[in-house]
Design a protein around this ligand. Structure first.
Ligand SMILES: NC(=O)c1ccc[n+]([C@@H]2O[C@H](COP(=O)([O-])OP(=O)(O)OC[C@H]3O[C@@H](n4cnc5c(N)ncnc54)[C@H](OP(=O)(O)O)[C@@H]3O)[C@@H](O)[C@H]2O)c1
Length: 279
């Protein structure tokens, strides 16, 4: 069987690093490991026997996206699996958020993912085959205070991915959303700016922001286990790949509770909702 080529964004730390480390140890896999600074990818060197391509890639940089996709296809022929993993967080109340920071997070979490996907889709369509793995979050389904704009990015990823999945399903291309709860990566620490509330009315949320920061690297989720699950789903369960894959017990519990609650509300409102149709 021909090797499958995986292309991953943001492999310096966290999920991206765990996934790259796991994949390079699988016999049938080429890995395009991308990062803003490839000198952070030395951890891969001991596994390298020609199946690894390291590539500089900031997902907000169109030129680097183009170059990375070209380098990947010229070395390995195609990209079978694109993992849009790179992402940031931002903790602040809605009113006290710096909108430049929030917009930059959209540039990375949403537009970076969009640009990457559009750069890879022509190759996948040509080969009538491919899997796009988009990192969302339980925060793409359910919202907490102090994360309004982060949720905004992940809900956007959910909507875009769900629509895309319907457009490409007959072209041999699948889309899977990864929805983790807290995992031991750099996300809650260095990858998320925190703005403590200054407005008295919001002071109570300061504790929530602090406890998230303190909890960084102590979360329940193990990114190495996530890497194994993602590889196994894409490799051994491609025919029944879920559109949404919550990862972590908290994520699964929260998703189930949220959908149950929504279902109850929609059913209760059904007659009222329907009554808005034509006179
Ligand atoms: N950990 C969690 O609890 C959790 C839960 C739900 C969802 N997620 C999602 O999981 C994904 C991966 O995050 P993580 O948890 O693994 O956190 P992480 O350890 O902080 O990793 C984030 C990665 O994104 C990269 N990145 C940031 N901005 C970038 C840009 N402009 N271009 C390219 N790469 C960029 C970082 O690179 P640098 O080293 O250059 O900064 C790093 O490699 C994110 O989409 C995050 O939202 C995480």
């Amino acid at each position: 069987m021909a090797n499958k080529t995986w292309f991953i964004t943001g492999t310096s730390t966290g999920f991206g690093r765990s996934l790259a480390t796991y994949l390079v140890q699988q016999g049938n896999t080429n890995v395009v490991a991308t990062a803003r600074h490839t000198d952070q990818l030395g951890y891969l060197d001991k596994y390298d026997h020609g199946q690894i391509l390291k590539q500089t890639l900031d997902v907000t940089n169109q030129q680097e996206i183009k170059q990375a996709v070209e380098a990947a296809t010229s070395k390995f022929g195609t990209i079978d699996v694109l993992v849009n993993n790179a992402g940031l967080g931002y903790f602040a109340t809605f009113e006290e958020s710096d909108l430049d920071d929030a917009k930059y997070m959209f540039d990375v979490n949403v537009w970076g993912l969009v640009d990457m996907t559009r750069a890879v889709l022509p190759t996948m369509r040509k080969h009538h085959s491919g899997v796009i793995v988009n990192f969302s979050s339980i925060g793409g389904l359910y919202s907490f205070p102090t994360l309004a704009f982060y949720h905004g990015t992940k809900y956007a990823v959910e909507g875009i991915s769900e629509s895309l999945a319907k457009e490409v399903k007959d072209l041999g291309i699948k889309v899977m959303l990864i929805e983790p709860s807290g995992f031991r990566t750099d996300w809650a620490g260095r990858s998320s700016k925190k703005v403590m509330p200054k407005i008295d009315d919001y002071k109570q949320f300061g504790e929530m922001i602090e406890s998230n920061a303190k909890g960084a690297h102590h979360e329940a989720g193990d990114p190495d286990k996530a890497a194994q699950i993602i590889y196994d789903q894409v490799t051994n369960h491609a025919d029944e790949l879920p559109l949404r894959l919550p990862l972590g017990k908290f994520s699964s519990d929260t998703a189930i509770a949220k959908y149950k609650q929504d279902l109850e509300n929609f059913e209760k409102l059904h007659d009222l909702s329907s009554s808005a149709d034509q006179q």
